[in-house]
Write a protein that binds this ligand. Structure first.
Ligand code: NAP
Length: 233
């Protein structure tokens, strides 16, 4: 399953890259700065893991990444849109918000996903049971929202959920699966030190879920274990 992951230099993305590389399949671990020690270490451990530069907000960067991936493979089976930002600290009330944070969050967490997905569509179309995984969040659930935490991030992840549904509808005739998965609350820079899950635990279950998705799962929003009851739009 040749796979490409965004934001793979740290956090959940790095652990996902390692989980996929462990199977021996070709793995493109993309990041804004792919030459850092963590990805270099992973690439030494797994010769099938290829670090690549990709800033999800930059068309030029995406085109170069496509050329580099295309030089190694004619097809991708899995695209994992993992890269995201979380502006502010999540506790700001409406009157204290920096309103620029909305645009910044949407640029990475929504438009970035659309940009990367359309860039790699030709390779996905050549893949075997291709699947596009959007790493979402319970924070993006509109129907269960009862607090005022995480304004810009939550709005962007709700937008990502809508993007997931729309892409699922567009690509269903081509049997391309598009699914939103939440990784759980994970100890990363974004999740903070009190989160119950390690990135490895989250990535292990995400990997298992991603590998068993079928066309019946397109347009769905699941937890890391693939349980539909866990997350509501
Ligand atoms: N941690 C949690 O508890 C939790 C819960 C729910 C959902 N999630 C979701 O899980 C995913 C991974 O989160 P995480 O906890 O691993 O976060 P993280 O540790 O903050 O890592 C975020 C990753 O996104 C990358 N990124 C940011 N802007 C980018 C850009 N313009 N282009 C390319 N890469 C960019 C970062 O790269 P740089 O190093 O270059 O900044 C980093 O690799 C995100 O989609 C997040 O929303 C996390």
């Amino acid at each position: 399953m040749p796979t490409l992951i965004t934001g793979a230099n740290r956090g959940i993305g790095l652990s996902l890259a390692r989980a996929f590389a462990q199977t021996g399949e070709t793995l493109f671990a993309t990041a804004r700065h792919p030459n850092g020690p963590a990805l270099a270490h992973a690439a030494r451990e797994f010769p099938n893991l290829h670090p690549l530069a990709l800033d999800v907000t930059d068309d030029h960067s995406a085109r170069i990444a496509l050329a580099e991936v295309s030089a190694r493979t004619h097809a991708l089976d899995v695209l994992i849109n993992n890269a995201a930002i979380f502006p502010g600290d999540g506790t700001e009330r409406l009157e204290n918000l920096d309103l620029n944070w909305f645009a910044e969050a949407v640029e990475v967490n929504v438009a970035g996903v659309a940009r990367v997905t359309r860039t790699f569509l030709p390779l996905l179309r050549a893949g075997s049971q291709p699947r596009i995984i959007n790493i979402s969040s319970g924070a993006g659930s509109i129907s269960t929202k009862e607090d005022f935490d995480d304004y810009p991030y939550a709005v962007s992840k709700a937008g990502l959920n809508m993007l997931t549904r729309a892409m699922a509808a567009e690509f269903a005739p081509e049997d391309i699966i598009v699914t939103a998965l939440s990784p759980g609350w994970v100890r990363t820079e974004m999740g903070g030190p009190n989160a119950p899950l390690t990135p490895e635990e989250s990535a292990r279950s995400l990997h298992a879920t991603i590998t068993r998705l079928t066309p019946a799962d397109t347009g769905r929003f699941y937890g890391r274990d693939g349980a539909s009851a866990d997350y509501a739009w």
